[in-house]
Structures are given as C-alpha cells and as structure tokens.
Design a protein around this ligand. Structure first.
Ligand code: HPA
Length: 272
C-alpha cells in the first residue's frame, strides 16, 4: 500500500471510521444511495489524500462511512475516470484506502449504454465479465510479478450468487451482461456500438474495468451492478447524452438501493 493511501486511511480513522466490510463506488447520478447509511460519517474527498477532485456533474465527492443492515459499509460518492487526466491508475489510492480500512468486497456501480436489445434503459445489470477495449492497463509499470493478476473470476461468482438471491428477497430484477470499456469522454459512434455488440459486449461504459483490475490486484472481491441509462448511439434509437445518463441513473438508484439492502442482509455463509 502506498504512503498516500495510509495517510487517507488515517484521516478516515481520525474522523471515526471503523470496520469497513463492503465498499461501494457510486457512479453518475447514484450518489444519494449513501443516504441508506446509519450514523454516517461523510468525509469530503478534498480531505482525503489521493482521492479525486470531481470535475463531472452528477458526482458528489464524499466518502460516506457507517453501518447498514449490520454491515460496515463505505460509499464513494463519485469516482475518478481515465478520461479526466489520462491516468488509468486514477482509482488506485481510493481503492487502497478502502482496503486499508478493512474492506474485503467492493461493489462498483455505474451508468452504462446498452448494445443488447433485451437490456433497456432503467434495467439493472450485473456484470459477469469485461472487455478492456481501451487496451490500457492500470498495472502497466507496477513492476515485479505483481501485475500478473488472474482475471478468470474477476467478477466474484459467490458475490454474483448473493446478488441473485437478493433479487428474490427484494423483488428487483437483475439482468446479466458483459461490459466493454471505452475511454470516453465522447460517447461511442454508431460504428463503435455495432462493433461492441459484434465482439460480445452487452453494455458499454467509461469506468469499471480498470477499477476491477486494480481491486483484484489488492485481493478485493469484486461485483459490479450497473444501470442502463440509454441505448448505444443509433442502436434502438439511442443517442446518449450526459443529462439522460444522470436522469435515468437517478431513477434506477431506487431499485439499486432496494437490491443492496437485501444483498447486505444475506450472509456469505449461506452461499457456500
Ligand atoms: N456509452 C458510454 N458510457 C456511458 C453510456 C454510453 O452510451 N451511457 C452511460 N455511460
């Protein structure tokens, strides 16, 4: 772990952070999901060394810590994106900090575009795998053998089962799909959307994949649940915009909150 992450964790502890079990990274329009935290401690990213300065609207910029359904949780309200500064490692320090605070599981959320006719705006999708279309890797330059991270079960099958069980108790429908990472910040062209579909993607987005790689390197168990905010450019009439992304994601957040509440109630022991 880097000194900067140790410093950020120390700041969080000095504000009262204790025992994080599960961390959530909240995407565009999803920041208010952290309202579910009991006795929250909200720390502005500006007070946490190595945390992002948020430049994009729809991201709130606090680390919210506390308990939910008897589980120690941390919510990152907003993330750093590769397209902001061209750094694929931009989420490294926040993820290290979460690990230092005790997190063993991280759940990534995001708004995505759909390239699958069965995945509609408003649908929740559990990511089962990804295609790193950017060809960038946050572990380039990591040195030594530490960069050879296995990705065969990067999206943890046990967590996936736990989410599926949570659909039964919450009544929330959760679809499944493969995520393709585009750099952004421009949206894809219609030709790129056709390519994404042809290559086996179900959804496209501008985050998640590099974060999953970093999290796996840290030994964190990973799940990703995303909200379809739009169809990809010219697919099923799609014409994505940031405003649409924010609006649809915010609507989907209500269902995602219900799903996560049920997810937290299910104890892992039941999953064996
Ligand atoms: N493309 C890429 N990222 C996105 C989209 C999209 O259509 N919608 C939300 N995030």
């Amino acid at each position: 772990m880097s000194d900067i992450a140790e410093n950020a964790a120390e700041v969080a502890r000095s504000r009262g952070a204790t025992g994080v079990d599960i961390a959530f990274v909240l995407g565009t329009g999803l920041g208010n999901m952290a309202e579910a935290v009991e006795n929250p401690i909200a720390i502005p990213y500006a007070d946490l060394p190595g945390f992002p300065t948020l430049t994009v609207s729809g991201h709130d910029g606090h680390l919210v810590l506390g308990a939910q359904e008897g589980v120690g949780v941390a919510y990152m309200q907003g993330r750093a994106h590769y397209y902001e500064k061209g750094d694929p490692r931009c989420m490294e320090t926040p993820l290290e900090t979460l690990a230092l605070l005790g997190a063993q599981i991280v759940v990534f959320t995001a708004a995505v575009g759909s390239v699958n006719a069965d995945l509609y705006p408003g649908n929740l999708v559990m990511i089962t795998d990804h295609i790193n279309f950017c060809g960038l890797n946050p572990l380039i330059g990591a040195g030594g053998d530490g960069g050879f991270v296995a990705m065969a079960e990067a999206y943890d099958p046990r967590l996936a089962r736990r989410f599926k069980r949570a659909t039964l108790s919450s009544g929330v429908t959760l679809r499944e799909g493969v995520y393709m990472w585009f750099s952004g910040p421009s949206f894809e062209t219609p030709a790129e959307i056709k390519m994404a579909k042809a290559l086996g993607a179900d959804v496209v987005g501008m985050s998640v994949a590099p974060e999953v790689i970093l999290a796996r390197r840290l030994g964190l168990r990973v799940a990703a649940v995303v909200i379809v905010s739009n169809f990809g450019a010219n697919f099923m009439g799609g014409n994505p915009s940031h405003l649409e992304t924010r609006k649809t994601a915010a609507q989907g957040a209500i269902m995602l909150r219900r799903l996560i509440k049920s997810f937290l109630k299910i104890r892992e022991i039941e999953q064996q």
